[in-house]
Design a protein around this ligand. Sequence first.
Ligand code: GLY
Length: 341
Amino acid sequence: MSHVTVVGGGIIGLSVAWRLVHHGLSVTVLDSGGDEGAWYAAAGMIAPAGETAFGQEPLQELMLESARRWPAFAAELSQEAGHDLRFDATGAVDVALTGDDLAEARRLWAYRELRDLKVQPLPPSELRALEPALSPRVRGGAFLPDDWQVDPRRVVAALRAVLGAAVTSRRVASLPEGPVVVAAGLGTAELTGLPVRPVKGLVLRLRGEPGVLRHVVNGYVDGRHVYLVPRSDGEVVVGATQEERADFTVTAGSVLELLRSATDLVPELAEFELTETVVRHRPSTPDNAPVLGRLGPDLVVAAGHHRNGVLLTPVTADLIAGLVVGRVDPLLAAFSPGRFA
Ligand code: GLY
C-alpha cells in the first residue's frame, strides 16, 4: 500500500493525513474545503479534567493520553507549517457561583482526583488572585494545571498548509476505491452506517481588552455550565449550548443563556463586542465516545469525537495512522466500531 484516501478534512481527517505522510504514504484528503466541521465552532479546549464525564473511564484514559501528546504535536505542526497555533498551557480554573454550584463542582473534583487528574481547590480570595475579573459573588473554584487551549481554526489552517495539494475540494457521496480512512464527522453515518448523530452547539465570540481573563474558565452558574476561553488578542470564546438537534438556528434564548452565564461570572464581559455567533454540530455516538478502528480490510474509521475532537486530535492521528500501517495500539480496543454492531 502506498496511497490512502482520507474522507473528511476537519481537524481529525487532516491530522490523520498528516501522520500518514510521516509514515511515508501518499495521501489524498477529500473534503468540501469549507468550514462546516465542528472544529470551526470549537473553542479549542484541551480539557482532560474539565471535560470529565462520570462513568467514561476508557475515554478518560484516551483524553489524558491525547493531552500528554498535545505539546509535541503543536510544536511539530507549528514548526512544519510556520504558523502560530496559539497553544497555551497556562491552565484552567473551575469557578462556582453559588453554594449549590460549589457542591456540584466538589462532586466532580472528587471523581477527577480518583482518576488521577490534577485539581487544586482554591478559596475565593486565591481564585480572584488568579482571575481578578471574576465576580465578587463567586463562592469558590479550583485550578486545573493540565487543562490547556489551542486555536482550532489555526490548527486546521496549519494542517491545510502542510498538506498542500493533497487536500482536494470534493463532495463524497460513496466510499472511494482502495485504502480509505473515513473521518467525515457527521458524514460518517451515511458513508459507513455507523450511528453518528448531530449534537447542536452554539458558540459566541466576544472581543475586548486583552488580559481581562488569564485562564480558560469552566463556570458552574446557577445550575448552568459555561466556558470562557480567552485568547491573547482580546477574543473570548463563550460556549456552549448542547442540544439533540440538527438545525443551524441561533435562537435568542440560547444567546441569552450563554451571555447571562458569562456575565454573571465576569461582569466586565458585558462591555465586550459580540463579534460572532456560530452553530455547528458535535458528531456523537450512542455512548459519546469516538469510533476508532477497522471496519473492513481497506476501511478504517475515526469519527464521533463528541465534545472532545480538539483534545483527542493527536492521539487519534497517531493511533489511526499507525493502524493503517498495521500497528494495533491497545488503546484502540475500547473504541472499536464493532461495539455498535
Ligand atoms: N468541548 C466543549 C464542547 O463541546 O462544547
